[in-house]
Design a protein around this ligand. Sequence first.
Ligand code: ZN
Ligand code: ZN
Length: 766
Amino acid sequence: MGYNPQKIEKKWQKKWEELGIFKAKNFSKKPKKYILFEFPYPSGEGLHVGHCRSYTALDAVVRKKRMEGYNVLFPIGWDAFGLPAENFALKTGVHPQKTTIKNIANFKKQFKGLGISLDWDREINTTDPKYYKYTQWIFLKLFEKGLAYQAKMPINWCPSCKIGLANEEVVDGKCERCGATTEKKVRKQWLLKITKYADRLIDDLKKVDYPERVKSQQINWIGRSEGVIVKFKVKSSKFIEVFTTRPDTLFGCTYLVVAPEHEIVDSLLKSKIQNPEEVKDYLEIVKKKSDLERTELAKEKTGVEMKGVKAINPVDDKEIPIWVADYVLPHYGTGAIMAVPAHDQRDFEFAKKYGLEIKKITKWFREKGIGKKAINYKLRDWVFSRQHYWGEPIPLVHCKKCGVVAIPEKDLPVELPYLKKYQPTGTGESPLANVKEWVDVKCPKCKGPAKRETDTMPNWAGSSWYFLRYIDPKNNKVLADKKKLKYWMPVDWYNGGMEHTTLHLLYSRFWYKFLFDIGVVPQDEPYQKRTSHGMVLAEDGRKMSKSLGNVINPDDIVQKFGADSLRLYEMFMGPFEQAISWNNQGVVGMRRFLEKVWKLSQRTENREQRTENNNLERLVHQTIKKVSEDIESFKFNTAISQLMVLVNAMEKQKELSASNYQVLLKLLSPFAPHIAEELWHQLGSKKSIFEEEWPEYNSKLAKEEKIILIIQINGRVRDKIEATADISEKEAKELTLNREKVKKWIEGKTIKKVIFVKGRLINIVI
Ligand SMILES: [Zn+2]
Ligand SMILES: [Zn+2]
C-alpha cells in the first residue's frame, strides 16, 4: 500500500479527538507548560500559509513536550471583533456576528485539517458576551483606579463619508472607502493611562526571555529620556518651554521649533507675526497628516517661520527665530524643541534646507540650574475609544447630575445590541448612537435619565488578556479561578508576528501588571519567553495579497500534497525568524521525503539492532540529539535536514531494525504527526505515538568528529558549514544546494560538475 495522506490524515485527526490526548489537565502532577500563539482574527479569506508557520512550529514544540512528560496547555480562540466584518455588514447587510460564525467554522476546519494538537475544550471568542463581560470588567477596574479617563483627542475624519476612521482605514491621507482626503477632528475620547506603567514596562524586561531585538523595540517605543526643561523667553513676554536631554549644547541652539498645535502658535497668530496667512496655510496641510507621516525619518521635514517674533537663548541672550514644523509632535516633551544644527543631523538638514544659522559649539554649557529636571516618554496614553459598532461597548453611562457613572458589576456584560443597519451617524459617533432604546438608560446612581457611552473598545482590548481566559474559559464568577491561574501562569512560550512586538505586547503586559496590582493574577509579567516568526512571502517575493493574485491557500496544498508535507515544508523553508518566499517545489520535495520514510517501513525487520552498521547506530543517536536541541531553539529547518540525512543512511541499509525505525518515527512525529502515527501503528503498536516517550540519546555515541566543510563555487570560497567528518558527497551536495548563500550564486545556472574532497571541501562548477 502506498502513502496516501488524504486517507490517513483524516483518520488520525478523528482518532486523536476521540482519545482526547491533547487536553490539558488542571493541577496535574506533571510539570506544566503553557504554550501560546497569537490567536487569529477569523477573516473571510481563511488561514494564510504565513499563519501556518507559527502554528505548525508551536505544534511541533508541544507534541515533543507532551512526549517528554509535560502537562501542556495549547489553546485556541478567536480575536473576532474588528473592522472587516463591520465593513462587510455595511456593504451587504449581513450581521457581523453571522460573518464571524461562518468564518470561525472555516478556520476551525482548517486548523483540524493541519493536525494542530489543540485543546478545543478551551476555545474562546472575544465577541462572546460571556467573554467580553470580563473585558468590560477589567475596563471598569481601570476606571475605578483612575487609569481610564476622557480627553479631547484628534480622530481621522472623512468629510465625505462623515465617519471617524481607524488609522488603518486611512491610506496615504485618504479615506480607504471613498478616496476623499481625510482630516483631523477633535473629539472627546477614552484613554488608558499606560504611561503610568512606562518605567515598569521597561525595567521588567529584565525578568523575561525575549529576543534582544524585541526588548529594544519595546524600549524605543516607550522612548524614556531624562533631561531638563529650559525656558526660552519670547520677545514680548511669553515663554516657550523646551524639553532637552542635552542642556550642555545650549550655546549651539540657533532656532526653536514648535509643534503646529502648540498654544503659542495660536496666540502669536492673533497679534504679533508678519506672515499669518503663510502660517495658516501650513497648518491646513498639517491637519491632513498622521503622526506617522509627520515623524517618518525618511521624509523631508517641512516648516514655516513665524516672522517678526524672536525667542531669546537664555545662555547668551541672542535672538533666535521661531519655526513651526510638523515633525515636532504636540505631546512629545513640551511640544517645542531647541535646534542645535551643528550637532544634530535632523536639525542640520532642516537648517540647511531653510538657510538657518549653523553654529559650532566652542563653549559647552556646564552650569546647573538652568531648568528643572524632567523625564520624558515617547509613549502616549492609549486611545481606547472607537466610533464603530463591532466592538465591546464601554460600560459607562453619562448622567447630567452624576457625571460619568460605571455600570454596576452585577449588570455586566453590557451587551452589544443587535443592529439591522450599520450606517454611520454622520456626527462621528458610533452607529450605536442611533439605537435610542439602547442609549437611553436610568442612571445607576440617581435613577434619573442618563445616556450610555456609545464608543466601543479597540480591537486591542480583547487580545490584551485572552491568554488568562484559556485557563478557565467557562468561569462565570471571575475572569479565571485564582488557583488555576497560579498553576498555569506565566505563559512559558509565546510566539507571534513581529508586527505585534510593540503594541500588542505592550498593551497586554500593561493589563497584566495592572491585574497583578489589584491582586487578580499571580505575577507581574505574563510571558516568560517570546519568539517571532518571519513572514511567508509569495513566490514572486512580494507580500501575498488578494489584489496581486499571489495568495497560496493552505487548503489547496493540503488537498494536493497532504498536511504533513505542508507542515514539513513550512518548518524547512528557512530559518524561522526570517521572511521567506513560498516555493511549491519545496512542498514537492517534502512529499518525496515522506514517501521515502513510508517505503522504509517495508524494509524494517524485527531484529536486534546490533547486526546493523555501527555508523547508523551513531547517526541515530546524533539525530536524536540534534532534533531534540533544534526544536528547543526553534531551528526546525536544521532538525529536518538532519532527519533527511538519517533517512538517506537508512535507505542504504539492506535491512533496518524496527527499533531504529521507531526512533525515526518519534523524531519525525512533531513535524509530520499523521504519517508518523500511521507507520507507528503499522509496526504493531496499539498506543498513540504521542503517548510514547521522547527518545533519549547515548551521549558517547552521539559525539563525533566535526569538520568545517568549505563550499566553493567555481573554485572560490563562498560559504562553509559544520559537518560530520564522514559526510558523503551526496549529503554534502544536498546540504550545500539548500544554503541561501549558495542559492544566490547558482540560481538559474546549470551545475556542470561537483568536486568533492572528503572531509574538506565541495566545489560546485557552474
Ligand atoms: Zn470616505
Ligand atoms: Zn445620576
